[in-house]
Ligand binder design. Structure first.
Ligand SMILES: CC(C)(COP(=O)(O)OP(=O)(O)OC[C@H]1O[C@@H](n2cnc3c(N)ncnc32)[C@H](O)[C@@H]1OP(=O)(O)O)[C@@H](O)C(=O)NCCC(=O)NCCS
Length: 187
């Protein structure tokens, strides 16, 4: 796997930057949120877990690029976005994300996912990025739609989430030549 050059990205009031070791407190506070535990990293419960979680995200030598999402004005942690499962032979990847509870409903996730996708299409480059979320996670479907993804199908009992249950998922994808979303000030 080729080394991916860690990079900062900006746009629409958010800044994406590589995770730092001193993000542990803020990351742990976000990751213990029940919805984040259910739909993302259910295994992160302790400080030791979050240190391990951060080590993985700070290592860009693997098949992913992972960013902390900050409010560009305040520098406050508002979320996380990761382009992962990068497959250079298939020319595709997947995207994952969460936002801190206090920052939800402000368009942060859609902006961050769009910024990460633009980077992946331009720099890696990949041609296709997939996004999957549990059928019950309606907010995540809105993020997909707002970030320029097209709904492609319903996957049955396809992924075991933080509750230990395999949920049906909805599959979305964005292609490199799909129209990029147009955001207003903060959508
Ligand atoms: C899903 C999540 C990332 C959305 O983050 P966000 O920053 O609030 O996203 P945005 O503000 O860009 O958009 C959220 C959209 O979902 C909508 N929404 C929120 N809760 C909803 C619900 N229960 N039902 C329907 N729509 C909902 C919002 O109204 C908004 O849509 P709008 O812009 O049309 O009003 C965030 O809620 C989260 O981190 N959840 C827990 C972890 C998670 O689900 N991660 C994704 C795993 S696939």
């Amino acid at each position: 796997m080729e080394q991916i050059e860690p990079v900062e990205l900006a746009g629409g009031g958010v800044r994406l930057r590589p995770w730092r070791a001193d993000d542990a407190d803020a990351a742990l506070a976000a990751l213990v949120d029940p919805d984040t535990r259910l739909w993302n990293a259910g295994w992160v419960q302790t400080r030791e877990d979050v240190v391990h979680w951060l080590e993985r995200r700070r290592d860009w030598t693997g098949d992913h690029a992972s960013w902390a999402v900050e409010d560009a004005a305040t520098g406050e942690l508002v979320g996380s976005v990761s382009v992962h499962s990068i497959d250079r032979s298939a020319n595709d990847a997947e995207v994952g994300y969460w936002t801190v509870p206090a920052a939800r409903g402000r368009g942060v996730a859609a902006l961050a996912v769009d910024a990460a996708c633009r980077w992946a299409f331009g720099v890696l480059p990949v041609d296709r990025i997939e996004l999957c979320h549990a059928v019950e996670n309606v907010a995540s479907g809105r993020v997909a739609e707002k970030a320029g993804f097209t709904y492609e199908g319903h996957l049955r009992r396809s992924y075991r989430y933080g509750d230990g249950v395999k949920h049906d998922e909805l599959l979305w994808a964005r292609l490199a030549d799909d129209p990029a979303p147009q955001f207003s000030s903060r959508s």
